[in-house]
Design a protein around this ligand. Structure first.
Ligand SMILES: *Cc1c(COP(=O)(O)O)cnc(C)c1O
Length: 409
């Protein structure tokens, strides 16, 4: 097995897409265990399970009553985008020129939507003029002016007003940064109407939102804003935030979220309005893991070759607990270990301890799961630890998605 078959996992958004074929698929192996046996990697390896991602995407597309946009920031790896596409997703929520360019290069027919409320002027210009993007989000009159100036105010724009939500239900509350307050959102709906071929109202309840009622409440607020604006709204975009399982977080089944959304939407009585959703985590979390290696053991502390400046950012300050599995044989009892990443920064440490075999030792590998979302894409080059590889595997993930559990039950 030649090691150069295992591509670097550096973000596709950092690759020079014109010079390098970003779409080259990674090597495929039957399982993580066979991958480790073949590669014996001293760098972290991102393991993708495209079949699992396609399955989650297809499940979401089948159950959401509207159009499904994949939130590209969550994992822009071309193999992941292909898997999401294979699952039936044809719309992409992009937030930067690099994301738009990558998706357009891979899928000439995809519908790309620019869903970031604050954009560089050059990004607006390039998206409209060269990448066929027609839908843009805004949460201020100033951003509307930018969009109209940079596109030349054509008659085919989709203009989406981002509504701010009060906090509630999400592990990651995003309410502080973007969104117009209800009164201001109503005003913006009126302001965009004369310039728009289609008007949308969108919101984001926050990431890993465990409470289906958060969408019902948000939809009720959206209804109030639309009524107050008194204009026709073609699209209500309910955003992302759909949760997945973690060892200490078991969300209700996806069906409960769909029911809450369908109920909340029906109550608005807007028969001419279509719904969109922008899931990220729910489509791709289960389909990615990272294999790390123990570089030193000191008592109950393990020093790993990946950490919070690499793919384990969410295990640091945000304190997500990820499923883990030692890639070694033996029947040693479990013990709790503190885990440190490779950089010299003392914050490079996982917030929770992990139960691992008591005799775990230098050189052992550990697979950490549910990292298809917000894993590889958050890698930095801090301290020079930016090297990682990527491969595809065909075995099942450490934790199944709630969608699949619902099918099995
Ligand atoms: C990040 C983001 C998403 C995706 O969120 P998930 O929690 O991964 O589903 C969707 N929409 C917007 C506007 C976002 O910023």
């Amino acid at each position: 097995m030649r090691h150069d078959r295992f591509r670097s996992a550096v973000s596709p958004l950092r690759r020079d897409l014109a010079a390098q074929p970003a779409v080259l698929p990674p090597a495929t192996l039957p399982s993580v265990d066979s991958l480790i046996a073949a590669l014996r990697p001293e760098e972290p390896v991102h393991c993708l399970r495209p079949a699992v991602i396609a399955e989650a995407a297809a499940g979401f597309v089948a159950s959401f009553p509207g159009d499904v946009l994949y939130a590209v920031k969550c994992n822009p790896e071309p193999a992941v985008l292909r898997a999401v596409w294979a699952g039936g997703v044809r719309h992409f929520d992009c937030a930067s020129t690099a994301e738009v360019t990558l998706v357009r290069q891979m899928f000439p027919d995809a519908a790309i939507h620019f869903m970031h409320p604050v954009k560089a002027r050059a990004a607006i210009r390039a998206a409209y003029a060269t990448q066929g993007v027609r839908d843009f989000v805004l949460d201020s009159a100033d951003e509307l002016a930018k969009i109209l100036q940079e596109t030349g105010a054509p008659d085919d724009l989709g203009l989406f007003v981002r509504l701010a939500l009060p906090p509630g239900g999400a592990v990651y509350d995003l309410s502080g940064k973007f969104g117009a307050a209800p009164e201001q959102a109503a005003e913006l709906l009126r302001a965009v109407r004369p310039h728009a071929a289609r008007v949308g109202l969108c919101f984001h309840v926050g990431s890993q939102c465990m409470d289906p009622a958060a969408w019902t409440r948000a939809l009720a607020l959206a209804g109030t804003v639309i009524a107050q604006a008194g204009v026709v709204v073609e699209v209500i975009d309910v955003g992302g935030g759909f949760p997945v399982r973690y060892p200490d977080l078991t969300p209700p089944p996806l069906a409960d979220f769909m029911t809450a959304i369908a109920t909340g939407f029906a109550a608005l009585n807007l028969p001419g309005t279509r719904m969109w959703a922008e899931p990220g985590r729910a489509l791709v979390a289960a389909g990615g893991s990272v294999v790390v290696q123990v570089q030193l053991r000191r008592g109950d502390a393990l020093y790993l070759n990946d950490g919070v400046y690499g793919s384990l950012s969410d295990a640091g300050a945000p304190g997500f607990r990820f499923p883990a599995r030692p890639l070694r044989r033996g029947d040693a009892p479990l013990a709790e270990f503190t885990l440190f990443g490779p950089t010299c920064d003392s914050v490079d440490r996982l917030r929770h301890t992990l139960a691992l075999p008591a005799d775990i030792a230098e050189g052992d590998w550990i697979e950490i799961g549910q990292l298809g979302a917000y894993g590889a894409c958050l890698r930095t080059a801090f301290n020079g630890f930016d090297r990682a590889r990527i491969a595809e595997v065909r075995d099942r993930p450490l934790l199944e998605t709630t969608t699949r559990l619902a099918h099995v039950a």
